[in-house]
Each structure stands twice: as structure tokens, then as C-alpha cells.
Design a protein. Sequence first.
Length: 63
Amino acid sequence: MKAVRNVLMLFVVAGAASWAYYTNVVAKPHAMDMSARVTGNANPFPVTFATVEQGALRGTVVY
């Protein structure tokens, strides 16, 4: 059973490597358009300032 699992994982890793090679090397043109430009006044990443407080964590945190 352990040998079957090892062979299966080898196929999964080989499949992922094949997909990554095809996506990054073989497939042309690439999906990302690198010719896009942003004008000087437009802020592509909005920046927000917030106050920071230091203290113990209260309540629950959900990730």
C-alpha cells in the first residue's frame, strides 16, 4: 500500500511539474499583458492610514 501511495505522489508531482513547465515555457503568448501603463495621477493601490493601538488581543480571531 505504501508503494502505491509513493507512485501516486510521484505522478502528482510530475503532473504539477509538467503543467508548470508548459505554462511558463511552452505556451506562447503569455497570459499577462506587460504593456499596460498606469497614468501618473491614478493610484493603482489605494493607501489608507489608520491608528494603531498596542495591547492584549481580545475576542476571537478568524482566519
